[in-house]
Design a protein around this ligand. Structure first.
Ligand code: FES
Ligand SMILES: [Fe+2]
Length: 442
């Protein structure tokens, strides 16, 4: 249970708030690279700030505040002209440094305009893993951590975005909650497939967490006789063997997914799922072109019923977080031994906020370029992601998928509902599940 004050501090994202300042010490994903190849301008809202993202002719990006300083219209309705974002109302232009570079009408007058006196806020961007990232904090910006999954070559990567009507921190608390997997996902799936007599999975007996430079390893002991470090979430895993990871500042990494719970503002979270669908080990390795990694927007509700979707792992999580309300009320919760990861996480965030207030870097900050090359993560069962899943295991999981229709399981099926069929087809062709149609065939 937390005081109302502490609950509010955890939820805030605005500049000048304690958490808002902590969040401004990290890089944030804002859009897929491919999306900005298909459109040149995208309005975005991040940490409560309204911004416009645009692509320049050389393929790099600009990120500037969305309100034109002239008479305040939305730069998001403008267009890119050369290297500048041009306002649609009277044509003022702004470069990716935020400088005003043109004032077409003013320049016709005797003074030649007053470009040097006006400008907009601009933030640096970079790209990694098929995503465009932004940094909204003070200089010098830290490095964007180059985590190893971005360099893996035995999977098919796609990016899924879903906006959630709730605060980001309750989403992130989920990354320190091993017990929920047993109920929200596994037993929930058991009920969905056999509502009359579901078979519940073995219970969790204890949970454990190991802290490391970039976050926390989740561990668990479940009610099964043997330890099976296979990467299966239902198995016992000792934290020293690796596990599911909670990474600073709001990321869950399981191997087949990395989920970024990006604060849009205090009331909304844009969940980016970077899904790595593992391929059979006999498929030759090859990294996807990061500029061409496909993306899609995952639906939250079923259009036929209006109900929130709960068929897939990711959607089940969304339903639980949204179910906590726009802001989880931590003043009335009843925590038990299953919540020790949650209390640890909160404590570490309060410590990190104190560090930032004292002018120090928070945890997970990377500043050494030599150390920022495919940063190794203590993930469980990593070999299947780095080397591919053995063909016979793949075939077994495929047969199970076809038989029971359970989705989001096995690391090679969409973790969220709504995967476009062309992506499923593309994956199945690469994996050798279906034969690729010869060129020119209908
Ligand atoms: S409001 Fe943007 S140029 Fe006038
Ligand atoms: Fe979950």
């Amino acid at each position: 249970m937390l005081s109302a004050d502490k609950n509010r501090i955890l939820s805030q994202v605005q500049r000048g708030t304690r958490m808002g300042e902590l969040l401004r010490r990290y890089w944030h994903p804002v859009a897929p690279v491919l999306e900005l190849t298909q459109r040149r301008v995208k309005p975005v809202r991040l940490l409560g700030e309204d911004l416009v993202l645009f692509r320049k002719p050389d393929g790099s990006h600009g990120l500037i505040s969305r309100r034109c300083p002239h008479r305040g219209t939305d730069l998001g309705i403008g267009w890119v002209d050369g290297d500048v974002m041009r306002c649609a109302y009277h044509g003022w232009g702004f470069d990716s440094e935020g400088r005003c570079t043109s004032q077409p009408f003013e320049e016709t007058g005797p003074s030649g305009g007053f470009r040097g006196k006006v400008g907009v806020t601009a933030y640096p961007t970079t790209t990694l893993g098929g995503l465009i990232w932004a940094y909204l904090g003070p200089a010098p910006a830290p490095l964007l951590p180059d985590f190893e999954p971005f360099t893996w070559e035995h999977g098919f990567v796609e990016i899924i975005m879903t906006e959630l009507p709730c605060n980001w921190f309750q989403c992130h608390e989920n990354s320190m909650d091993p017990v929920h997997f047993e109920w929200l996902h596994q037993n929930g799936n058991a009920v969905r497939s056999d509502p009359e007599s579901p078979t519940y999975v073995p219970r969790h007996l204890s949970i454990d967490f190991l802290e490391f430079e970039h976050g926390f390893v989740n561990g668990r002991v479940v009610e099964v006789p043997e330890v099976r470090p296979t990467g299966s979430f239902s198995s016992t895993n000792d934290v020293t063997d690796g596990g599911i990871l909670s990474l600073w500042p709001y990321t869950l990494a399981s191997g087949n997914t990395i989920e970024f719970r990006v604060p849009v503002d205090e009331r909304r979270t844009l969940n980016f799922t970077w899904q790595y669908s593992v391929l059979p080990d006999d498929v030759p390795p090859g990294r996807q072109d990061p500029g061409a990694i496909p993306y899609w927007y995952g639906p939250l509700t079923d259009p036929a019923t209006g109900d929130i979707i709960t068929s897939h792992t990711g959607n089940q999580d969304f339903a639980a977080w949204i179910g906590q309300g726009t802001f989880a009320d931590r003043t009335v919760e009843q925590l038990g031994r299953g919540d020790k990861g949650i209390t640890l996480l909160r404590r570490r965030y309060f410590e990190a906020m104190r560090k930032v207030a004292q002018g120090e870097d928070p945890p997970g900050t990377v500043r050494d370029p030599a150390a920022n090359v495919s940063i190794q993560l203590p993930l469980l069962g990593k070999a299947r992601y780095t080397q591919g899943v053995p063909r016979e295991v793949f075939e077994k999981k495929l047969a199970a998928r076809k038989k029971n229709g359970l989705l989001g399981i096995g690391g090679f099926w969409a973790v969220q509902a709504g995967r476009p069929s062309h992506l499923q087809k593309e994956y199945d062709e690469i994996a050798g599940v279906v034969r690729k149609a010869p060129a020119g065939s209908v």
